[in-house]
Design a protein around this ligand. Structure first.
Ligand code: FPP
Length: 257
């Protein structure tokens, strides 16, 4: 079987997606199938977060966005929500050194003010400490919802119009991009969802307009560096047309760009 080193270098030798978004699903099922509490699935899922982040960095991806907690996840049982918050805090404290040493910028999107202080504090500290890192941006989507993000964007633009700083005609795709929580990140090329579900579930709704979608049956706790490479490999097999015809995009592909 091909080693991980060989697999990663094979994937690296072909055009890479710049930005991958991952809907990390299936932690609960992973745990339940082993007769373990659901939180054990989330714990094993944190290890996947570490391994996938390391691999993404080795591959040279520019941005990785992980859907760690949705705006809707607050409605889960209180003990599961508390367990997830504890895991997030643990992760931020434990991964600090590795994130800084690997020149990774930690970013977060979502209604962050809803997070408890014991998560907010290490999150804000690491965002600040890593702000000038350039090799890769790791974005955690926390208390995140794509529709909530679009509403926040619309409100901000409406405020600017009301204040007389902006003409309605000046609202453009570029302005919307720059007003979303993901402002400054490269376009999302690939969205991965684990555990067999085929939905976007309110993740990066605007940003994934042209993204390739990759669905796998693998549950998130089993999704590691090798599975990330398989997803990137599948992306590299696809032809992206951005609304053009096949004939229009073929010369581009032959030119190797
Ligand atoms: C979905 O699985 C997963 C979540 C709601 C949480 C994701 C959290 C982690 C991977 C761990 C903590 C995150 C970080 C960044 C350290 P599910 O519970 O909906 O699974 P199910 O559909 O099988 O029940």
């Amino acid at each position: 079987m091909e080693s991980l080193v060989d697999l990663e270098s094979r994937v690296k030798s072909r055009p890479l997606p710049q930005h991958i978004g991952i809907i990390m699903d299936g932690n609960g099922r992973w745990a339940e199938s082993r007769k373990l509490p659901r939180l054990e699935g989330h714990r094993e899922g944190s290890t996947s977060v570490q391994e996938v982040t390391r691999s993404a960095r080795r591959l040279g991806l520019k941005a990785l966005t992980l859907y760690a907690f949705s705006a809707q996840n607050w409605s889960r049982p209180a003990d599961e929500v508390a367990g997830l918050m504890d895991l997030l805090r643990e992760y931020l404290l434990k991964e600090r050194t590795e994130i800084l040493e690997n020149d990774i910028k930690l970013n977060a999107i979502g209604e962050l003010e809803k997070l408890p202080r014991y998560v907010r504090e290490p999150l804000d500290a690491l965002r600040e400490e890593s702000a000038s890192n350039r090799s890769m941006v790791l974005t955690l989507a926390l208390s995140y919802g794509g529709r909530e993000e679009l509403v926040a964007m619309a409100r901000r633009i409406a405020e600017e119009v009301r204040a007389g700083n902006l003409e309605p005609q000046a609202v453009s795709e570029a302005l919307v991009d720059a007003t979303l929580w993901t402002a400054g990140l490269p376009p999302v090329d690939l969205v991965v969802r684990t555990s067999g579900e085929r939905r976007l579930s309110n993740f990066l709704l605007w940003q994934s307009a042209y993204a390739e979608l990759y669905f796998t049956e693998t549950l998130w706790p089993d999704f590691r560096a090798q599975q990330l490479c398989e997803a990137v490999g599948a992306f590299q097999q696809r032809e992206r047309r951005f609304g053009l015809t096949q004939a229009q995009v073929t010369p581009i592909r032959l030119a190797g760009t």
